[in-house]
Design a protein around this ligand. Structure first.
Ligand code: NDP
Length: 325
């Protein structure tokens, strides 16, 4: 019997309920997928709490990232057939054993990339890709600051940023996490629970500051993140792990040196098939080459998703986490 984690009312991890579901057959342009691994992401907690509204209301099956096997193909689907290994990173409804979804959101997996790796990297890796290649195109010689550098997106930003030739400064919340970020290519790592990270960035860069700050932490690192950015540099605020920034001051961008600020989201960067394929191909290439490794540091059964959410929100996890059907 197919099963899913459903949310019937918004709230804490306890609202994640494991239930049997029925899954229909794929319609035109759709495929039926059997999941082999599902990615856990901080965004899943936002849909659970209501910080991000569920587009189609409740009940909601959370999750946006998974890998699996095509079980059936609907009319008009080209390039996919039963038995193909596929993955996706931008389709709500992933916390389930089986689902029907649009074929256009799927990418085929090469042999070099395992299902678990794919489930752990599609959303996080495509995010790292657009942040480093589009939001601010990082080049050799740049200095970039990555907050929560030992997290899912963080460890990918460290590795990929280093691979692009940047000097990566990371922040993380414990000595162990700092060590992980260092191993992932951060030249400097700051334990921001103990040190004033903005003062330390100024010291490390001898006052030159960073070309870009990638900030998925949100309220807790604002406004200090702005003090880490060189004149006309970029504040890329891409997440709210500590809560959304409530008191953003546009005027401060002027006062801190004609800074730019953006609040991007993956979904607009993979909104067309062409953009999705370009992003995924780039990601697969850096992973297949070994330049970027996908650390799956936690595994939970899908039915234990509540425990996974508790650990993620209490900063217990590092790197990527997968839920296994
Ligand atoms: P992470 O694995 O990075 O987990 C979040 C980390 O944030 C924690 O491990 C913790 O690391 C840090 N953190 C700092 N303060 C808090 C706090 N108060 N509560 C909880 N965690 C805190 O998660 P993801 O990799 O899934 O996502 C990282 C960020 O990227 C999230 O904000 C997410 O929303 C965002 N994101 C945005 C996307 C976009 O396109 N805009 C797409 C994908 C992710 P430490 O202990 O080291 O501080």
């Amino acid at each position: 019997m197919p099963a899913a984690i459903r949310i019937h009312e918004l709230g804490g991890p306890d609202v994640l309920t494991y239930e049997d579901i029925t899954v229909g057959e794929p319609g035109p342009g759709e495929v039926k997928l059997r999941h082999t691994a599902i990615g856990l992401n901080f965004i899943d907690t936002y849909f659970r709490s209501g910080l991000y509204p569920a587009p189609n209301g409740l009940p909601l099956i959370p999750g946006n990232e998974a890998a699996g096997v095509v079980e059936a193909v609907g009319e008009g689907v080209n390039g996919l057939r039963r038995g193909d290994r596929v993955a996706y990173g931008s389709s709500l409804g992933a916390y389930c054993t089986e689902r029907v979804m649009p074929a256009a959101l799927l990418v085929k997996l090469p042999d070099a990339i395992s299902d678990e790796t794919a489930a752990a990297m599609m959303l996080k890796g495509m995010t790292a890709r657009y942040l480093l290649r589009q939001t601010y195109p990082v080049k050799a010689g740049d200095t970039i600051l990555v907050h929560a550098a030992a997290g899912g997106v963080g460890l990918l930003l460290c590795q990929w940023g280093h691979h692009l030739g940047a000097t990566v400064i990371g922040t993380a919340g414990s000595p162990e996490k700092c060590e992980m970020a260092r191993e992932a290519g951060a030249a400097y790592v700051i334990n921001y629970r103990e040190e004033d990270f903005a003062a330390r960035v100024k010291e490390i860069t001898e006052g030159a500051l960073c070309d870009v700050v990638y900030d998925g932490v949100g309220q807790a690192t604002y406004p200090a993140s702005l003090d880490c950015i060189r004149p006309r540099g970029l504040f890329a605020s891409f997440g709210n792990a500590s809560g959304p920034i409530q008191n953003f001051s546009l005027l401060s961008l002027s006062q801190k040196g004609s800074l730019y600020a953006t609040r991007p989201t993956l979904f607009t960067h993979v909104a067309t098939r062409e953009a999705l394929e370009a992003n995924a191909a780039d990601l697969m290439a850096v992973v297949a080459s070994g330049a970027v490794k996908i650390p799956v540091n936690q595994r939970y059964k899908l039915k234990d998703a509540a425990e996974a959410h508790r650990d993620l929100e209490s900063r217990q996890t590092t790197g990527s986490t997968v839920l296994l059907p």
